[in-house]
Design a protein around this ligand. Sequence first.
Ligand SMILES: [Fe+2]
Length: 591
Amino acid sequence: MMVAACDNMFRYQVVYVLILISSFIIVGQAEKHLNANGPFGKRHKFNNEPSPYACDRGAGVSSSIFPRRNKVVQTIQVSKTAYMSSEQIQITWTPILASCKDDFIGIYYIEIPLTTACDYFDFEFVQNKQSSMSWQMINLRRPLEFRYYSRDNTCSGNYSLIAKSPTIQPLNYNEPTQIHLAYGDRIDQMFVSYLTNSSQYIPQCQYGLTSSSLNFRQSGTTTTYTASDMCEGKANTWGPQAFIDTGYMHTILLEDLRSSTTYFYRIGTDEHGWSSIYSFTNRPADKNEAVNLITYGDMGLSPVEPGAKSTIDRVTTRVTSMNITCLLHIGDISYARGVGALWDAFMTQIQPISARIPYMVGIGNHEYDHVMGGDKDPSGAPGPGGFRPDWGNYGYDSGGECAVPMVRRFHSPSNGNSLFWYSFDVGPIHIIYYSTEHDFRYTSSQYKWLEQDLRSVNRSRTPWIIVGSHRPMYASETDEPYDFIKIMLQFYLEPLFYRYHVDVNLFAHKHSYERTCPMYKQKCVSDGITHVLIGMAGQDIDSGEYSGAEWSIYHDQEYGYSQLWANRTYLHFTYYHNDNDALVDQFVLQK
Ligand SMILES: [Fe+2]
């Protein structure tokens, strides 16, 4: 008893000293991902190109003279004026004689004034004598047009309109897009979600055991959100580079599904049209059946982020060619950060995966962190900005979204707190998602829920426990500034996870891969927790140095993804590089 009391006193003294130290350090880590992802697949950087993206280069950028020197506006030819989501449109034009390096072609809502060059959704610079380019379309549910702007006065003046395209629009404004699956509370349940431009008709799912017999029908519900539902900043602002009309999110909860059974389905309505037919295989109920999971974090937008594109391509190949049970994406999902069209682009990007397997998401700083959201925070965290201890570097990383787009778009079991913390069983694995963006100290509701959930796990039913969150508990990559959240996760949650014999702790946030030995309190131990950093899915890659910690078994800084296969006695974790799909790290745990 005395030993335990001294131990606790020592812990509190350590925490107190750490808090004192941290209070003298300027917290609030700067936004390190300053790329301006384009929803139509164009990559931009704020600081190292003459980008019109932010429209902040001073005079001569934010308005234009129309048309240039009273000349006729030319026509941009388009390969099609009506398109399906994800289709390519080729555009062609006649090159001008005197072009500037920051002349560009942008894509606009047609109602944006022609004199407002900078209110585009996305743009690509026009190279000298260039006469064509390709655009990958997403369904933004509104008429769009391409415009070519060139700068006046030997490239020192305003932008003037040179050419524009005819109106282009979706073939179906209510095309069922952004289709994704998620597990519900019970093993016989599955959420099927999609998005259209309308809430006029009740969303439907037709499903069955073969693609030619979709005999079962289930109807669902519809929701949406608007700028004022979110917390602050860009998310509260209307505009093509901020909030746009989101359309309507439809969700159907399928029930009475058989375990380990393949179902074919389509979603939509007779009035607005139906999706293609997809299939999924429900998770097993038998603990003796093996499961096969894909896991990653920190993806971002493909093809803007080349790593994201290669991850999507590799994982799509796996999902369509082998039995993958579900996917775990543990935070930093789209990096939309208040730019609505980026959510449309991301949800479109994952559909080849998420229409076929449950896409289970956890919360990251880029979905949640806010400063003054208060009651609008859907997690119910107290205070104006949620959990913001002096020792944390919690910032403004969601662009004011404070997870509202997440909770309206994605689904999860309801046994915890929405998407912020919850748990579910997949075959012989009990999976727990927890939030490093919320209070995880002893007295917090999250800690209490975690302990209760861990205590209730039936290890003969699910011999494996995997926990997943966004920020690392262990990572030997150099931290700048020093990462006190990591230390606090070790202090508060590592003993809890060790006590309940958690097998694997997954996290991301750092954009790299690292795997530890089974460990506890900085030491390799035979009954320890294996920690795996899987933040290498696409949104940039880290280049920091490593400390050489003994517990770090393998690390690298490459784009990739990981897979976790398990039956009741054997767990095999594998990590693959995207560039050649080579297996570069693996470990086995046995019961
Ligand atoms: Fe992150």
